[in-house]
Ligand binder design. Sequence first.
Ligand SMILES: NC(=O)c1ccc[n+]([C@@H]2O[C@H](COP(=O)([O-])OP(=O)(O)OC[C@H]3O[C@@H](n4cnc5c(N)ncnc54)[C@H](O)[C@@H]3O)[C@@H](O)[C@H]2O)c1
Length: 438
Amino acid sequence: MRISIFGMGYVGAVSSACFAELGHEVVGVDLNPQKLEAIAAGRSPVVEAGVAERIAKAHADGRVRATQDAAMAVATTDLSLVCVGTPSNAKGELSLGAVDAVVGEIGRAIAKKDGSHTLVLRSTVVPGTTEDRVAPALEHASGRTLGQGLELAFNPEFLREGSAVRDFYAPPFTLAGSASPGGAEQVRRVYEGVEAPFHAVSCRAAESVKFLSNAFHAVKIVFANESGALLKDLGVDAREALELFCKDRSLNISSAYLKPGGAFGGSCLPKEIRAFMALAGDRNVAMPMIENVMASNVRQKERAFEIVAKHGRGRVALFGLAFKPGTDDLRESPYVDLAERLLGKGYEIAIYDEALEVGRLMGANREFIEREIPHLDELLVRDPKRVLEGADVLVVAHAPASVIDLIAEHHGGRPIIDLSGVPALRRIEGASYEGLSW
Ligand SMILES: NC(=O)c1ccc[n+]([C@@H]2O[C@H](COP(=O)([O-])OP(=O)(O)OC[C@H]3O[C@@H](n4cnc5c(N)ncnc54)[C@H](O)[C@@H]3O)[C@@H](O)[C@H]2O)c1
């Protein structure tokens, strides 16, 4: 393909070198004359392993050139990759000045062109930017409608400086968020030759994944560093402990616990976070992120309550009370918290939990629930059909498939609030469905 790449910074330079190596014809566009001179002389505008030799080779083969003339670059290519910077402004937002300027230039150049053209945004932008800001600006400047000789996609860049070329050829996946019917297909064509799973998704999903990834990487670094500070103070080699920690690929380094849903609870997580914090407090070790984990968990419990409260002070049917299905452990269950809040605010509730029989609760579990909800036995109903009767809102923390079927059959158009992401609930027809974080 003939590709114009706007922005010859780290992302643009690496993309130029690698797309040219894949056999595309690349035109680099930048405002900075020194960067253009570098490309024109077959040199890399940035220092990054593997880029200089690839630019030199592509230049010698006539597959890369550079220009300041955006209109010419668009006129002589089929697709433009936008890789300009989106630095922070004073409020912490991403500055979109360069993106806006380049989108306008590309649009005006498309207006003067006969053939179709595709714009692929690679600069990092917040979810919604491609569809809500770039799409209308591009349509306005080009005088075309998306899908009619004009395609638009968002393709996030996941490379890391220092290993960018390696990352380019072995990405975890390629994401193409389509803002127009043929957007993703154009991205697929550009990446032919890169062996990686290809996902055609919505623009908002692709934009979100870029943010989630960087936020998660930052959270991982802070987790390791905060833990390291405490472990060092305790005389433990944090590198050894974290190396062992990472060997658990089923729970620690895995997708476990990465599904948005109810707050955490149960007999271990809250207790042990508190103990970790008490230890850090005794030793004066600051751990601002882990310290705030409990506050964040409380916020998630409040969100669950707020969603139920939106429906007014009616009668609530709550399915699932234990902190997870298949156990009768009620200790620090977020759903006990929800039931308590509802009762405290004067709601009437009926609860169904398959695994729960008040008479069989004992020990610390019994003491906990007697303290939190003293008359639980009056609220627990053994027959799920009876829980549905007379309820105004149906709240599902967890429930067996048979009970989900019952809800599907008897919801009668009442609101269904899904606290843990039960796929079958979302598919129920005729109900007003709302998920906790979706
Ligand atoms: N650097 C990384 O490791 C990395 C990784 C993934 C994503 N990103 C994202 O990719 C984008 C680019 O990052 P970068 O590090 O390559 O930025 P950079 O600052 O190194 O380069 C941006 C380039 O855009 C050029 N530019 C600005 N306005 C222009 C215009 N109107 N026309 C043409 N060129 C223009 C600048 O002169 C500069 O050369 C950012 O949104 C960034 O967040 C960066």
